[in-house]
Design a protein around this ligand. Structure first.
Ligand code: FAD
Length: 427
């Protein structure tokens, strides 16, 4: 059996590893247009300060580690078309020549494409998005000439970039359409995060960019009634599924713009699977399609596809369960499962419980559905984010009601004692 995977991101890599773990005879080839080992995207912000990336230890799945598992990688290979009747892909190889490769099973893991709003000046020199490490290296090498930075969008990666520019001494502004992390955080949690942003990093909430101003190079960003000086503008406004190739293959695309897959990640064509940011996942509670372009779900969708191709019927229930952790502004920020925004978008009724522990500088929001089951939670904490986040995750997976399985009372006190014992009280 020959399995070809397009893409060297977490989704395809997880698919290849799971496949080989369950079927060590599967002839497994990854095609990627990149020429460097797959790297952790959360690490790309580091490349801003150290654009010579050799010293950054952010490679995730190196060529060697995959080759040891019997996975072949063809780099600098851009797949340009495919024929599902003959099960053949055509790609441009490293010398620009057309080559063909046949498959019994194909996995599409082509990721997402950054979105830039259609506003005047969005193509000026100095306007960037960050999707690959090359993008960050490009910006990193221009840093010396940059004083004023405007970041548009306030999800995890936008905030990461803003923190990094601020630490590098740049005058940094964030332009945020509504509030910080509107989809992931309840409003009070957003406000709490806003309070933890250091002075000197300016956040403009509730405004949208109207135009990027400048002749050849960017000079300012025009927002409602104001102009913010800028030598560099970074759009961190999310990604849309990259489905160019899927369309060429005739695979069904859904109403959200992603590749339609079933619970096994199988597309509308029987021997073609799709994984990661390019798909519409099925929400684990409602079964409705959702877009969730994050690395952890990408990897889980890959694992699901890999075992399905190897012949397993197992369906993992956690493929689309959000689990995001980041450390921003000396604060743990954790989002698990649904927020009230994402749940209500799917037609679920929600109730939100807020907890606050000022001794621990910890704020927790717990989201339950109409029947009282925990479906999500968020933590903003100086140091307890991972531990509490993990407790929330466990209870969501157990389908727990909070009165049956309390979260923050006795366990939290024990946790606090333990942390105090290990680390000493928080100053
Ligand atoms: C700056 C930044 C920070 C992030 N931080 C986090 C984080 O902290 N936590 C988190 O969970 N997620 C994070 N993410 C999101 C995460 O990186 C993505 O969700 C994840 O990489 C998606 O994996 P993927 O395998 O679907 O696609 P990608 O990782 O985007 O990989 C797509 C692959 O497909 C290849 N490809 C595409 N088209 C072709 C073609 N025609 N021919 C050949 N190859 C092709 C590309 O070269 C690439 O190798 C971040 C993203 C960014 C940009």
């Amino acid at each position: 059996m020959r399995v070809v995977l397009i893409g060297y991101g977490p989704s395809s890599v997880a698919a290849a590893i799971a496949l080989r773990a369950f079927d060590s005879d599967a002839y497994t080839t990854i095609l990627t247009r990149e020429d460097r080992p797959a790297h952790r995207r959360p690490g790309v912000a580091l490349a801003l300060g150290s654009p010579e990336t050799n010293e950054l230890d952010i490679a995730d799945a190196s060529f060697e580690s995959l080759e040891e598992k019997g996975i072949q990688i063809i780099t600098k290979a851009t797949v340009i078309s495919g024929d599902p009747k003959s099960n053949t892909l055509t790609y441009l190889d490293s010398s620009g020549q057309k080559s063909e490769i046949e498959y019994d099973y194909l996995v599409i893991g082509t990721g997402g494409t950054p979105t830039i709003p259609m506003i005047p000046g969005n193509d000026l020199k100095g306007v960037h998005t960050i999707q690959t490490i090359e993008d960050t290296i490009t910006v990193g090498k221009e840093l010396e000439d940059i004083t004023d930075v405007v970041i548009i969008g306030a999800g995890f990666s936008g905030l990461e970039m803003a923190e990094k520019f601020h630490k590098l001494g740049k005058h940094t502004h964030m332009v945020v359409r509504s509030r910080l992390m509107r989809r992931q955080l309840e409003e009070s949690m957003s406000n709490e995060l806003l309070h933890r942003i250091p002075r000197g990093l300016h956040v403009h909430c509730g405004v949208s960019p109207k135009a990027i101003l400048g002749e050849d190079c960017v000079k300012a960003v025009q927002v409602d009634g104001d102009e913010i000086p800028a030598d560099l503008v970074l759009f961190m406004t999310g990604v849309r599924p990259n489905v160019t190739l899927a369309k060429n293959l005739g695979v069904k695309i859904g109403s959200l713009g992603g590749i339609v897959v079933d619970e096994q990640m199988r597309t509308s064509i029987d021997n073609i699977f799709a994984v990661g940011d390019c798909i519409e996942m099925l929400d684990n509670l409602t079964g409705k399609p959702i877009l969730m372009p994050i690395g952890s779900t990408a990897a889980r969708s890959g694992r699901q596809a890999g075992i399905a191709i190897a012949g397993s019927k197992k369906i993992y229930s956690d493929v689309a369960l959000r689990l995001q952790y980041d450390r921003l502004f000396n604060t743990d920020v954790v989002c698990v499962g649904h927020s009230s925004v994402t749940a209500e978008n799917l037609g679920l009724k929600t109730n939100v419980l807020l907890h606050q522990d000022s001794h621990e500088h910890t704020h927790v929001a717990l989201v339950t559905d109409g029947d009282g089951y925990l479906i999500g939670g968020q933590v903003i904490s100086s140091r307890l984010g991972a531990q509490i986040g993990y407790q929330i995750l466990e209870r969501i997976q157990e389908r727990a009601k909070l009165d049956e399985s309390p979260l923050l009372d006795s366990r939290h006190k024990q946790l606090q004692e333990l942390m105090d014992h290990i680390l000493g009280p928080i100053q």
